[in-house]
Design a binder for this molecule. Sequence first.
Ligand SMILES: Cc1cc2nc3c(=O)[nH]c(=O)nc-3n(C[C@H](O)[C@H](O)[C@H](O)COP(=O)(O)O)c2cc1C
Length: 320
Amino acid sequence: MEYYFAPMEGVTGAIYRAAHHRWFPGVDKYYMPFLTPTQDHVFTPRELRNVLPEHNRGFTAVPQLLTKNAEDFCWAARELYAMGYEEIDLNLGCPSGTVTAKGKGAGMLADPEGLDRFLEEIFSRAEGKISLKTRLGMESQEEFPRLLEIFGQYPVSLLIIHPRVRRDFYREPVRMEAFEEALERYPGPVCYNGGLVTEEGCARFRARFPQVDRVMIGQGLLADPALVRKAKGGPGADRESLRGFHDQLYHAYLEAFGSQRNTVFHMKELWSYLSRLFEGAERPLKQIRKAADSAAYESAVDQIFRNCPLRRSADWTEGN
Ligand SMILES: Cc1cc2nc3c(=O)[nH]c(=O)nc-3n(C[C@H](O)[C@H](O)[C@H](O)COP(=O)(O)O)c2cc1C
């Protein structure tokens, strides 16, 4: 089984990927948060900081594009292949209202014929592999069979299925029966994504779907950075590695942002996941949420590392 790190906009940028790979190696591929190529056909300095190969050394990374304009997709893909990337992923799942209103992300699923024309153009001009990361539809999973028919016409290198519809956002339960049905209909390589947060959950998935040999994990890995290592039979995270991972991230953000405020803001999102791996972290977590500068932040983090025992897993879902 191969395990991929899901793209998480605002969280799993180049700094995160480098720190994660150093302290918790074993992830087979890191999918990067989306880039949105514009008609100007230039990458912004921020995009370059995340995507340049020198910031993604030592592990396999896959850039992701969010656009409904085939011309812009082909321009960005050409640039990225030229940097040495072998695979480019297309985002067909982003549920955000501002994205779908423009017909991008999951919004592309609402117009299957338009999507077909878009895919026809990008695949006919592709100079490397293209994978698709998709939901089941906009409103209803009944939309998926038609979408699968369209995907099946192209040499999609990997179809990553997050079995929710756009209307579900990330709240509703994943629709496993719809995923199962998709496996019967779709002939190409498939990767499953959604709701895997423990090694037991991964084992249950493997037992139920022995024909699927790749899964992608997002929030589960943010909460327990050693989850993939555990799923592959290795040890869980220890306190020293977690501290090393945290400190590398924190100091790299301080240097990159040049601002305690922005750094602390960034770390807060991470702790909303990572705190689930610690017993009794509610109080220091509250302090982290209130912290506006490094002194307050560091003192709360020290409390967690000093006082809170590690949990065996970061399970926060029922029945996972
Ligand atoms: C904060 C956040 C940012 C995300 N950013 C992206 C993104 O840039 N591209 C994408 O395809 N999916 C994005 N996703 C969706 C995840 O990649 C993944 O599909 C989702 O979290 C479900 O998987 P999980 O249950 O393993 O987390 C994001 C999700 C979250 C919560």
